[in-house]
Write a protein that binds this ligand. Structure first.
Ligand SMILES: Cc1ncc(C[n+]2csc(CCOP(=O)(O)OP(=O)(O)O)c2C)c(N)n1
Ligand SMILES: [Mg+2]
Length: 596
């Protein structure tokens, strides 16, 4: 029987004798950690034992990949660290995919990796692998505890650097180093305040914006991370500039704002694309301008190649990396937007002369895109028409539109990688920041469900909804156990089209319908699986039932229930991901001649 635990969050002060486990746990407390995701392991049990007394909740997950995705979602909602821990060797290698995803989402995730004991390293004992090289390219900083006396110092540094360098960091600890006695002081967290950027570059940027005839703001993840909505709105209003959101950052500007045009990139907004195409100056605010996010879409090669670009990014290495820039500002999006607005206020702006025309353009393009979306009730390519004709299920676009209409206020939505999840990009609009969590440029299937679980833990009062294709669901549904056991209620909307659709689309477009490894035959009833795992499972087969089902699932969250909505949809498929990266097959050998 466990006895009631007296929680004490008071960090021990001054230099003290303590065990390395105590130093480690005290440093977590000092860094404000209240939740850690993972699977139990002997490697760190001596420290884990202290978590309850230190007021740290250990969230037991089904798979370590889930733990790291949860840490990612948690950090993206809260702006605080997400933390995960696991057993040395296999527990740690299970983290890899999710840490790579967090890396490209710039999430301050601290990955704690206990490793083989220091006296056994290199002997091939049990659960041994070199844990630093594995993460070297997907973390911003790696701390290796090379002496147990440095436990607090290096633990603190891993946490400090995750915020400072805007991404995951690793804390690698030989497992025997949790034991013993040391003398140390628990460091205070170091939090660096970022500034607006250099005076000279801000002045240059203000001049460019003052001369711009058609300025467009491209609002990115940095706007979300720095809580810069008010400053981005003020700057947009000052310039009366249309605002596009960067790829999968639909929550980087309020969707209901008259200047908001929607997102660029795959399955993004044609209005945003057509308006940015007219820009003579683009202010890329808090975005690294990732290459995938500005590829031609909907047949539109919209990127304004002759526009002057002002790029604001907190990471100086991102400035001018992908697109040539006129001005690079190394600064915080919030501070930079405020500083630019202060420099522009009261100045005569060239964009004032044609303001009425520009606003009319914005209104017209938005209305046209809305009308097109409203009428785009199903995919129109020949294959899609054929397969949906013989299906009684819902057209994905109609189902997505209904989900959009029924979206509860303040909802957080995570999206997976797949054809329907990607199409959903056109239908996801937010009026609060920190609301959209997508797999970003790492693009791994299996991302959305664990991520929303982490988000829900960080923001329990907000409705939490994951969009997941049925293939990706097969990878990630195990975390229903976490929702149920740990009482973290969420809603998973699973798109059952019976296929790895996004890849099947390539077979249709490039491989003459030679389908291989894409049909998800003999799937279980995902609703029944959910019920057997202690969640609610509902099959939805009619567009008219979609809204009520989502509303009921959101309500069930308030009662602590997790729901899986299994959406029965036709196999039709929207535009492919990588038209840019595929080409029609060429075969030179006779035996493969038919494979074209
Ligand atoms: C971990 C991982 N494995 C494979 C892929 C390649 N891939 C991209 S989309 C996709 C199909 C997704 O199918 P599903 O989840 O059913 O969604 P749908 O496309 O059918 O809507 C696959 C296999 C990937 N992105 N990530
Ligand atoms: Mg599918």
């Amino acid at each position: 029987m466990n006895k009631p635990i007296a929680v004490n969050r008071q960090v021990v002060a001054g230099r003290q004798r303590m065990t390395p486990s105590e130093a480690f746990v005290e440093t977590l407390v000092a860094q404000g950690v209240t939740d850690v995701f993972g699977i139990v392991g002997s490697a760190y049990m001596d420290a884990l034992d202290l978590f309850p007394a230190a007021g740290i909740r250990f969230v037991m997950v089904a798979h370590e990949q889930g733990a790291a995705h949860m840490a990612d979602g948690y950090s993206r909602v809260s702006g605080r660290h997400g933390v995960c821990i696991a057993q040395n060797g296999p527990g740690i290698t299970n983290f890899v995919t999710a840490v790579a995803a967090a890396y490209w989402a710039h999430s301050p995730v601290v990955v704690i990796t206990p490793e083989t004991g220091s006296m056994g390293i290199g002997l091939g004992g049990f659960q041994e692998t070199e844990q630093l090289p594995i993460f070297s390219k997907i973390t911003k900083f790696q701390a290796h505890v090379n002496n147990k006396a440095r436990m607090a110092e290096l633990t603190a540094r891993a946490f400090d650097r995750a915020h400072l360098e805007l991404g995951p960091t690793q804390l690698n600890i030989p497992r025997d180093y949790f034991y013993g006695e040391i003398e140390c002081e628990v460091p205070h967290p170091i939090r660096i305040e970022r500034g607006a950027g250099g005076e000279h570059s801000l002045a240059q940027a203000a001049d460019l914006l003052a001369q711009a005839k058609f300025p467009v703001i491209l609002s990115g993840g940095g706007v979300v991370m720095s809580d810069a909505w008010p400053e981005a709105i003020a700057l947009a209003e000052l310039l009366q500039a249309p605002v596009a959101s960067s790829y999968l950052h639909n929550d980087s500007f309020p969707a209901s704002h008259p200047l908001a045009c929607g997102a660029l990139g795959y399955q993004g907004s044609k209005a945003a694309m057509k308006l940015i195409a007219k820009a003579d100056v683009v202010l890329a605010l808090g975005t690294r301008l990732g290459p995938f996010g500005t590829l031609p879409q909907h047949g539109l090669d919209y990127w304004p190649k002759s526009a002057r670009i002002i790029q604001v990014d907190a990471d100086p290495k991102m400035l001018g990396l992908v697109k040539p820039i006129a001005v690079g500002i190394c600064g915080d999006a919030k501070q930079a937007a405020a500083a630019l607005a202060a420099r522009l206020k009261g100045r005569s702006l060239a964009c004032q002369a044609n303001q009425a025309q520009r606003l009319a353009d914005v209104k017209a393009e938005k209305a046209a895109w809305e009308k097109e979306l409203g009428e785009w009730t199903h995919e129109k390519d020949r294959w899609s028409l054929d397969v949906s004709k013989s299906s009684s299920h819902m057209h994905p676009r109609q189902m997505l539109r209904e989900l959009e209409r029924a979206m509860p206020a303040g909802a957080m939505v995570s999206t997976d990688i797949g054809n329907i999840c990607s199409v959903s990009n056109s239908y996801l609009r937010f009026d609060a920041p920190r609301s959209m969590f997508a797999a970003m440029s790492f693009g791994n299937c299996g991302y959305a469900f664990p991520t929303i679980i982490g988000a829900k833990l960080a923001a329990p009062d907000r409705p939490a909804i994951a969009y997941v294709g049925d293939g990706a669901w097969g990878m990630s549904f195990g975390e229903i156990q976490t929702c149920v056991r740990e009482n973290i209620p969420v809603t998973a909307v699973v798109f059952n089209n019976g296929q790895w659709g996004a890849e099947k689309k390539n077979h249709v477009d490039f491989y003459n319908n030679r389908f291989l490894g894409v049909n998800l035959e003999k799937q279980p009833s995902w609703a029944a699986v959910a019920r057997s795992m202690g969640a609610d499972g509902i099959v939805v087969d009619k567009v008219s039932d979609v809204g009520a089902a989502l509303a009921a699932a959101a309500k069930a969250q308030q009662q602590g229930r997790t729901t899986v909505l299994e959406m029965m949809v036709t196999p039709e498929l929207g535009d492919p991901f990588r038209r840019d990266a595929l080409s029609k097959p060429v075969r030179l050998l006779d035996k493969y001649k038919a494979y074209v």
